[in-house]
Design a protein around this ligand. Structure first.
Ligand SMILES: Nc1ncnc2c1ncn2[C@@H]1O[C@H](COP(=O)(O)OP(=O)(O)OP(=O)(O)O)[C@@H](O)[C@H]1O
Ligand SMILES: [Mg+2]
Length: 323
């Protein structure tokens, strides 16, 4: 059975189409990533699946329940960790869990045992009786994850759960998420800006841009789509036109003396490329990453028209604002 299924799922806000006819089919125990720039429609998609926003058109099923007609059944079978943290700083970690359980109708008969379990899962047993205001960013995220897991959901929605965390804590969190999917067969839908996260954690990803799915598949298959190696050449005065003519070169992008391209069999052709481009200052060759795919699909040029630098610059700026 498919745990998540959508048919032309669409959300409009007045004239803006935030999510545009999205079709997803996600199976039990899968970790599925939604990857896309700011405003792509990731949170809106998740919100509709979690019954927090009604779709404008199209359909969505979670655990076999319709998100519109069976919203309360959907809600009881899911857990979510959303972008805005909502814990109370004056309460302890454990008290926050208890409060959440009361508010969200979690079965209270075994609540103490259940809280012990989830606290252990996110390694907060030792710190559970401290007030949240003493928690670090990473500990807060872990508590939010624990909260989302309290009622043993079959599906977990995570909206940028690792935003602003240090690499070690992120890695740690991935381990919990992976364990949930593998051992408990929990289906996880996660949104992220981090390419390495999508690459290492997700079984499948959908790249979403302007509310549409630009590509979907296993990370390794998507990377293969680019074909060849990524070559980056720095040159004071690059002859970009000459390089574009080479038949084994694809996806040529030029930005301020930095020329990026994908090259079939770069070892064989690099010499010729360097000769054509001229005035070479440095060269870098590597295997494609999801980031390359991302730039390829969503196109840095489109963003540049907005006149505020590249995707990553804005990403960094928005991350800073978020913490
Ligand atoms: N309640 C709302 N009313 C009007 N427009 C909205 C609303 N919520 C989202 N939008 C718009 O819908 C689009 C998609 O927003 P969404 O929050 O889904 O993006 P996102 O992919 O989650 O972005 P981010 O990476 O910044 O979190 C954006 O253009 C946003 O401004
Ligand atoms: Mg979002």
């Amino acid at each position: 059975m498919k745990v998540i299924e959508t048919h032309n799922l669409t959300k409009r806000f007045d004239r803006l189409i935030a999510v545009n006819k999205i079709n997803l089919s996600i199976k039990e125990g899968e970790i599925f990533g939604l990857l896309g720039p700011n405003g792509a429609g990731k949170t809106t998609t998740l919100s509709m699946l979690a019954t927090l926003l009604p779709p404008t058109s199209g359909r969505a099923y979670v655990n076999g329940f319709d998100v519109v007609n069976d919203a309360s059944k959907v809600r009881h079978s899911i857990g979510f960790v959303f972008q805005d943290p909502s814990s109370d700083d004056l309460l302890t970690g454990r008290e926050n869990l208890y409060l959440h359980a009361l508010m969200y109708g979690v079965d209270m008969r075994n609540i103490n045992k259940r809280m012990d379990e989830v606290l252990k899962l996110v390694d907060l047993t030792e710190r559970q009786n401290e007030r949240m205001k003493k928690y670090s960013g990473g500990m807060r995220r872990r508590l939010e994850l624990a909260r989302g897991l309290l009622h043993d959901p079959r599906v977990l929605f995570l909206d940028e759960p690792t935003l602003g965390l240090d690499p070690q804590t992120r890695q740690h969190l991935w381990t919990y998420i992976r364990r949930l999917a593998d051992e408990k067969k929990v289906t996880v839908i996660i949104t992220t800006h981090y390419m390495d996260e999508a690459d290492q954690l997700c079984d499948r990803i959908a790249v979403i841009d302007h509310g549409k799915i630009a590509a979907m598949g296993k990370p390794e298959d998507l990377k293969k789509r680019l074909g060849g190696d990524v070559v980056r050449i720095k040159s004071k005065k690059p002859n970009v036109a000459a390089v574009k003519k080479l038949r084994y070169v694809k996806n040529v992008k030029h930005n301020d003396g930095m020329v990026t391209m994908t090259v079939d069999n770069s070892a064989k052709h690099l010499q010729e490329i360097l000769k054509k481009i001229g005035n070479v200052e440095s060269v870098e060759t590597r295997s494609p990453t999801l980031n390359d795919l991302f730039l390829h699909l969503t196109g840095s040029e489109i963003r540049d028209e907005e006149g505020e630098g590249g995707y990553f610059e804005r990403m960094m700026a928005s991350n800073r604002g978020n913490r």
